[in-house]
Design a binder for this molecule. Structure first.
Ligand code: GDP
Ligand code: IMO
Ligand code: MG
Length: 435
């Protein structure tokens, strides 16, 4: 039953798309299990760059069944645009399956997200404005529409009427425009007609694949530090990117997961508000942002950049039970004289290596750094760890030591082939991680 979960270990944009695409060649099914079109996953194959928001990053391979699982919130307009974009590139999308139980992001969710952020002013979360929070909120409040509802006119009308009763009150109270029932019903029916060939019971699809012995990859969006439960609340997303979310959102049980691959990059970025102890506001940070092209895939916002922080890394490895790690974007650090690695915090005069559960404590954390001498040479063409500059190897080893699990791939460029593979046998490894 080989099922492998791919999960971000930082604040998103770690290169999950590249990692999933790289590993997908050998698998039969790839599943997105949470999040929505707040995600932007980039896959680069040769000269072609594809940015995916809802389809899993295995969709470029013709042999793969691509699943949008029940835990995803789907904006049908984005999905249709994405399918059209893929078709335009000559990609067969007939194997894209969308869970009938996945919730729909409605236009009023997007409007509520934007109006609420505007109302919060300086206290805003800095969401992607895609309606993610309101859609998951309605799911929990049992007011949501599911993909299966898009093809049943009576049910659509009934559910939209019920939802709009209070959505419109709320929107008007925030100075936003109200929505009418019938145009929304017509819009949903049009979406349903287009997407109905893709709707499926994806839990059984995944279970059948596992029973056959097919390899299933489950691709997380966002990252552990944006997790609704584990991130610095309220500066989080509204779902569970951690590996546990792959079970609830992908339709598998915990004992069916064989491997959890944590994805991280060689430095840190964060989009939106919230504490970021190692943030760099100087020329070094700006240089990394420029070389790493750190602009949001979805919103185009500049990403905040900082040194790698091992304090949340240990937490992320623990809560995901990560059994292996992929390290991306090592090439972006070439040319930096001294690389700093955060190994602990000072909070209220005390040293701690433990990720604080309280956002307020985190806001007061002063990073304690270890310095690593850098390297000058570009490393895009390196394909074995032994050929990396010695200082780069030392930095990779330090990250591995802090994580306590093996780094199995090191990525040195965005393209599929710009990857150093280490001798690695997939294994089920349960690390006991110390705080
Ligand atoms: P995701 O959301 O985790 O899938 O990551 P994004 O796609 O939003 O952001 C990662 C960006 O880094 C993309 O533009 C990738 O093409 C790029 N990328 C991934 N790995 C590497 C790498 O090793 N080196 C460089 N230079 N770019 C990379
Ligand atoms: P991928 O999958 C980075 C951030 C937003 C904001 C917070 C809440 O590409 O790694 P939301 O719109 O989800 O309600 O916003 O989460 N965020 C991401 N940051 N990468 C992402 O996705 C993100 N998806 C959401 O910037 O801070
Ligand atoms: Mg991204």
């Amino acid at each position: 039953m080989p099922a492998t979960v791919i999960v971000g270990l930082q604040w998103g944009d770690e290169g999950k798309g590249k990692t999933t695409d790289f590993l997908a060649e050998q698998v039969a099914v790839v599943v997105r299990y949470q999040g929505g079109d707040n995600a932007g996953h980039t896959v680069v194959v040769g000269e072609e760059t594809v940015k995916l928001q809802l389809c899993p990053s295995g969709v470029l391979y013709p042999h793969i069944t691509s699943v949008i699982g029940n835990g995803v919130v789907v904006n049908p307009a984005t999905l249709i645009r994405e399918l059209d974009m893929l078709i335009g590139k000559g990609i067969d999308v007939s194997k894209v399956r969308v869970s009938r139980s996945a919730h729909v992001i409605m236009p009023y969710h997007v409007a509520l997200d934007k109006a609420n952020e505007a109302r919060l002013g300086g206290a805003k979360v800095g969401t992607t404005g895609r309606g993610i929070g309101p859609a998951y909120g309605d799911r929990a409040w049992r007011l949501g529409l599911r993909m299966e509802d898009l093809v049943v006119e009576d049910r659509l009308r009934e559910r939209i009427t019920r939802a709009l009763a209070d959505k419109n009150l709320l929107l008007e109270s925030m100075g936003a425009e109200r929505f009418e029932v019938e145009p929304l019903v017509a819009q949903c029916l049009a979406w349903g007609e287009r997407l109905s060939p893709h709707l499926d019971d994806t839990t059984w699809l995944v279970q059948d694949a596992l029973r056959r012995g097919d390899h299933v990859l489950l691709e997380g969006a966002q990252g552990a530090l944006l997790d609704l439960d584990h991130g610095s609340y309220p500066f989080v997303t509204s779902s569970n990117p951690v590996a546990g979310g792959a079970c609830t959102g992908g339709g598998i049980g915990p004992l069916q997961v064989d491997e959890v691959i944590g994805v991280m990059k060689a430095y840190a970025t964060r989009v939106g508000s919230g504490p970021f102890p190692t943030e760099l506001l100087d020329d070094t940070g700006r240089g990394i942002a420029e070389r790493g092209r750190e602009f949001g895939t979805v919103t185009g916002r500049p990403r905040r950049v900082g040194w790698f922080d091992t304090v949340p890394l240990r937490y992320a490895v623990a809560v995901n039970s990560a059994s292996a790690i992929v390290l991306n974007k090592l090439d972006i650090l070439s040319g930096i004289e001294t690389i700093k690695l955060c190994v602990a915090y000072e909070i209220d005069g005390k040293r701690t290596e433990t990720w604080p559960s309280s956002g307020a404590m985190l806001a007061n954390a002063i990073p304690i750094y270890e310095d690593f001498p850098g390297w000058d040479e570009p490393i895009h063409d390196v394909r074995s760890l032994a050929d990396l500059p010695e200082n780069a190897r030392r930095y990779v080893t330090a990250l591995e030591d802090h994580a306590g699990v093996p780094i199995v791939f090191v990525s040195v460029g965005p393209e599929r082939t710009q990857t150093i593979e280490r001798a690695w046998r997939p294994m089920r490894h349960r690390p006991g991680v110390q705080a």
